[in-house]
Design a protein around this ligand. Structure first.
Ligand SMILES: [Zn+2]
Length: 131
């Protein structure tokens, strides 16, 4: 991909948010991207995106949410733990993320917060869950 260094928002490059299956797609909802950028500014420090956009086929392979899960629309998993997770969770709620998945057990390198803003029948919001 020639455009992986392209800025999708002032703080996030295409390569940070595009599908990791090799397809290179990045079809995250623009409203979600604006909110993600707002969160990055409010948080005030780097955010490592473990998972951003996933194409439907890839999401179906790696997630129980199937062909139309949150990551095929607008969701990120942000690597964080401990104090940073506390701060990011606080800021995410202020900025208005309404779907928050918490993985904060096991090795610190594997801990993350999932953030989305979906409001479908299958995804009641606001909602917090754990992995
Ligand atoms: Zn893909």
């Amino acid at each position: 991909m020639d455009n992986q260094l392209e800025q999708v928002t002032p703080h996030f490059k295409l390569r940070e948010l595009q599908c990791k299956c090799g397809c290179g797609r990045m079809d995250i909802d623009p409203d979600f991207l604006r909110r993600l950028e707002d969160l990055r500014v409010a948080y005030g420090r780097p955010m490592i995106i473990n998972s951003g956009y996933r194409c439907p086929e890839y999401n179906n392979r790696v997630s129980t949410t199937g062909l139309d899960g949150p990551h095929t629309i607008g969701a990120v998993d942000v690597r964080c733990s401990g104090h940073e997770a506390h701060l990011l969770l606080h800021m995410a709620m202020i900025v208005g993320f309404s779907g928050i998945g918490v993985k904060q057990h096991g090795p610190h390198s594997g801990r993350f917060l999932h953030l989305d803003n979906l409001t479908t029948h299958d995804n009641p919001r606001p909602w917090v869950w754990t992995y």
